[in-house]
Design a protein around this ligand. Structure first.
Ligand code: JCZ
Length: 383
């Protein structure tokens, strides 16, 4: 595999000479070619950026140096051009494996506010193009992301340091996070290696490791587990910003009934605007369920200290009384983060149907805790 890097900071790629990728290069498995993009500038200041059309802050990388670099490097149909950008498709092990099948990867590393869009359009006319994001956080440029993609891809190449069996047991091979690992000494600073791991009983060791892999996954990455489903198979999925409008409609429908039951219009959910919903969606872990393309249920949770604060359990009026609320309540408890030691929610003091559902789910009324006017708090210990 040949890898090319177009960058205004070639020094970022010094680590490619180190350790394993370096050995792969020395062994002839891969070739790294790092190029200073300024090589393809022609003015005295070797300019690679310019002001954005349409105005706004910052600078944009101009297209010409990239175009000349593609020409000089002979970028053609055998190449995959990778643009690392926070707006790309999420990078994961599956994508690393896919890229490891390519014969040539060309990383175009942006800086400033990004690269002129026509560079991407042009690259698509001469090569395969992938726009890839390392994750939902913002780096100063594409270099670090290109390095991370490189390391994940190169170690998958057949012949890379006897990867044969070590790759099978990797994190994510079975969709679970890795179990905790230990080595000697058996006792260290008051912390002991679990006895089962020193027992020599391979079946018990395997069971312990699987159990802890599942526990970690439930606590840290519930999104990796099969999503909760309703009886009809509709999955409960994380809300996306585009759900805000339907959430607004659903909460108005649900809390009108609450208003009537409690003889009060003083309920925040009834007065919120679309922008209010969009705002709280950024602060809460929100889940929705659709039936035949219609958003029919939702629930949200967030950590308040060590309590998992649950709220906005909503079910479309025509589907109430079928157990949807109970499933949503179970789901939001199951996805509470590790730190949560208790669950907390409130409901209208006169909402007797809600009281019954929460009581059945193990919640207890807490008249001793402060609650909004006309509401009552309920709590439940975790496990
Ligand atoms: C260019 N800022 C390129 C990629 N996953 C991820 N986070 N941040 C980036 C990234 C940020 C950038 C540029 C200017 C990639």
């Amino acid at each position: 595999m040949r890898l090319d890097y177009l960058t205004i900071f070639p020094d970022y790629f010094a680590p490619l000479e180190l350790s394993l990728p370096g050995k792969a290069a020395a062994g002839g498995l891969v070739e790294f070619h790092v190029h200073d993009l300024r090589k393809w500038t022609h003015d005295r200041h070797r300019t690679v950026d310019d002001t954005p059309y349409g105005g706004g802050a910052g600078m944009v990388m101009k297209p010409e140096p990239f175009g000349e670099a593609f020409d000089a490097l002979g970028i053609g149909a055998d190449a995959t051009v990778v643009f690392t950008t926070p707006s790309g498709e999420p990078f994961d092990q599956r994508l690393a494996a896919e890229l490891s099948t390519r014969s040539r990867l060309v990383f175009a590393c942006g800086r400033y506010e990004g690269i002129d869009q026509r560079v991407i359009e042009h690259a698509r006319e001469r090569a395969e193009v992938r726009e890839i994001s390392l994750g939902d956080y913002v780096l100063n440029g594409g270099e670090v992301a290109a390095l991370a993609v490189t390391e994940a891809v190169v170690r998958l190449l057949p012949g890379f340091m006897g990867n044969a069996e070590s790759l099978v047991e990797e994190s994510h091979a079975d969709g679970l996070l890795e179990y905790p690992v230990y080595t000697k000494p058996p006792s260290w600073r008051g912390h002991d290696v679990p006895d089962v791991l020193r027992s020599g009983d391979h079946a018990r060791v395997a069971a312990w490791r699987h159990d802890h892999a599942v526990r970690r996954t439930v606590e840290r990455r519930p999104d990796l587990l099969a999503p909760s489903v309703l009886d009809d198979g509709s999955p409960i999925v994380r809300a996306v910003p585009a759900d805000a409008g339907e959430l607004l409609t659903l909460q108005r429908a649900c809390w009108v009934a609450e208003a009537l039951e409690n003889d009060s219009l003083d309920i925040p959910a009834l007065h919120e605007t679309l922008d209010d919903v969009r705002a709280w969606m950024t602060e809460w872990d929100t889940w929705v369920v659709r039936r035949a393309d219609r958003l029919v249920g939702a629930v949200r949770g967030r950590l308040e200290g060590n309590a998992w604060d649950i709220g906005r359990i909503m079910v479309a009026p025509d589907l109430q009384g079928q157990g949807l609320g109970r499933v949503l309540l179970e789901h939001i408890q199951a996805v509470a983060p590790e730190q949560a030691t208790s669950y907390l929610l409130f409901t209208g003091a006169a909402s007797v149907r809600n009281h019954r559902m929460y009581k059945k789910a193990g919640f207890r009324m807490r008249p001793d805790l402060p609650a909004p006017a006309g509401a009552v708090m309920l709590t439940k210990g975790r496990r």
